[in-house]
Design a protein around this ligand. Structure first.
Ligand SMILES: [Zn+2]
Length: 75
């Protein structure tokens, strides 16, 4: 596991709490209007960070069109 302080911190779009980048999943909006999970964190596009957590995914789903999160499943 990465040591705390080494890793960039991002804010989860669902719960608005900060987390280490490695604990969040990056989702990128594609030109087609859907979203794709970006495991590497390097895809071009407007990205959002979300906890790999069922409750945060659920919150995001309520705020955004379902198809946006179709590929996002809690692990
Ligand atoms: Zn969260």
């Amino acid at each position: 596991m990465a040591k705390r302080g080494h890793e960039p911190v991002r804010t989860c779009v669902a719960c608005q709490q900060e987390g280490l980048k490695g604990t969040l999943v990056r989702v990128v909006r594609t030109p087609a209007g859907t979203a794709a999970v970006d495991p590497g964190g390097h895809a071009v596009g407007r990205g959002a960070y979300l906890h790999r957590d069922a409750s945060c995914v659920e919150t995001a789903r309520k705020r955004h069109p379902p198809e946006l999160w179709a590929e996002l499943t809690p692990s």
